[in-house]
Design a protein around this ligand. Sequence first.
Ligand SMILES: Nc1ncnc2c1ncn2[C@@H]1O[C@H](COP(=O)(O)OP(=O)(O)OP(=O)(O)O)[C@@H](O)[C@H]1O
Length: 246
Amino acid sequence: MTPALHVSGVSVAYRDVTALIDASLTLEPGRVCGLVGMNGSGKSTLFKAIMGVVRPDTGSISIFGGLPSKARKDGTVSYVPQSESVDWTFPVSVREVVMMGRYGKQNWMRTPRAVDREAVAAAIERVDLTELAGRQIGQLSGGQRKRAFVARAIAQEASLLLLDEPFAGVDKRTEATITRLLRELTAAGASVLVSTHDLHALPDLCDEAVLLQQRVLMNGTPQDVLRPENLAMAFGVDPLRTSEAS
Ligand SMILES: Nc1ncnc2c1ncn2[C@@H]1O[C@H](COP(=O)(O)OP(=O)(O)OP(=O)(O)O)[C@@H](O)[C@H]1O
């Protein structure tokens, strides 16, 4: 089977900062993979390398066996960036943000067709934002903004979803909604790479997980990754114990 995503030996440096060293991972179709690591361990850099925002110094990346640039252009891959990297003053409504997910399916004039409008309305409904669809994106709460971007990925009908910390700053209900939606999308065949700091949620969220610290330290089941010795390898301490103790 052709993997949804294949990252092979990718290294990225920003001038004098080394962000990724020889990182490799393979994601099979229909799977959710959790990306876990400390602040600055290279998670966002990996997403950016896959999305062509940063150029790897070494290595290669393929999406369903093809070039990432093609997958980006035809909408095969969808990216939900970290909130901090989005310009929330941009004068677009929730509906328009979600419609952006349809660009790859439209003609060069980007004229929405009935099928696009229906897909957008259905995606907004699935994340429970119908009443806020006409609101400027910056006038939403943090959790609502995340849901709007997940709706964009749903409207796009992407086969590979990349989500950079979709649970940061969201309440338990939104977290459960996003987790359920990701599960529904993978049950329908999509593949998901999702970074998170919420280690407790890993077993419910994903089928496999990757521990990153510039390098891929390990790639296994969520239970493997959550073993104290493996967490200590990535975090220096066992963060589950630390948070339980506090
Ligand atoms: N544009 C940039 N210029 C220089 N260094 C950068 C840049 N972006 C990231 N870095 C550095 O690269 C390393 C990896 O950063 P990255 O954002 O990929 O980490 P992360 O795992 O996503 O962190 P977090 O959990 O805090 O979001 C860090 O040392 C960071 O300071």
